[in-house]
Design a protein around this ligand. Sequence first.
Ligand SMILES: O=C(O)c1cc(=O)[nH]c(=O)n1[C@@H]1O[C@H](COP(=O)(O)O)[C@@H](O)[C@H]1O
Length: 239
Amino acid sequence: MVLAAERVIVPLDVSGEKDAIALISQLPDVQFWKVGLELFVSTGATILPTLKNRQKRIFLDLKFHDIPNTVAGACRAAGKYGVDLLTIHATCGRKALQAAKTALVEGAAEVGYPPPKLIAITLLTSLNSRDLAFDLKVPIELPEYALQMAVLAKESGLDGAVCSPQEAAQLRQVCGDEFLLVCPGVRPKWAETGDQSRTFTPSEAIKAGADYLVIGRPITAATNPQEAWAKIGDELATS
Ligand SMILES: O=C(O)c1cc(=O)[nH]c(=O)n1[C@@H]1O[C@H](COP(=O)(O)O)[C@@H](O)[C@H]1O
């Protein structure tokens, strides 16, 4: 049986600490929270100790994208927060990914934390094949591109990738069972797609091989977030 508390990460996509704490309190069964750009840029790292005090797991989603020296510095610092997952864009390239991973491990060791798992963004789930071909000018098919970014991450020593659930099965097959697959772009049948392009339902995403599902607005923007969380829990329990 798939338990939502073990497999679903909910993003704290709000701009203030008060709103973040209200969400955390409203959804006590959520064990894994994501702190992303909106909250981190608005309030800094202050939410992290709050989550740790409540024994929550933390996905720090800062999507680093820079030259090797800069991502290494950022990862060394992020390693000291004691979070569980951290993101970087695969398109930083091999040298930056390797430098990031090394610095993250060193930063965590300096303060005695286990290193967070470093996972690479393959291709944002908001983008579709047309965007990739016509705007980003990438001349290969989208699933193949996402796969190649995951392979680059794996070869660079990263722990996993962020991908659309539509690509999860292929990434799982090629990158193996130990490679962590974190999938946003998850939409229950009853939820709006919004700006996500490559979506699967929660049960489809799990079947495709996702380790974790990142599900935000279907829960957090629902009239009744607890009810939405429970519905997703029911879907996963029977999948
Ligand atoms: O890194 C991410 O978590 C991420 C990568 C990606 O390709 N697509 C994506 O949607 N996300 C994040 O996943 C969350 C999805 O939220 P909802 O679209 O509200 O479910 C957001 O916080 C995004 O920042």
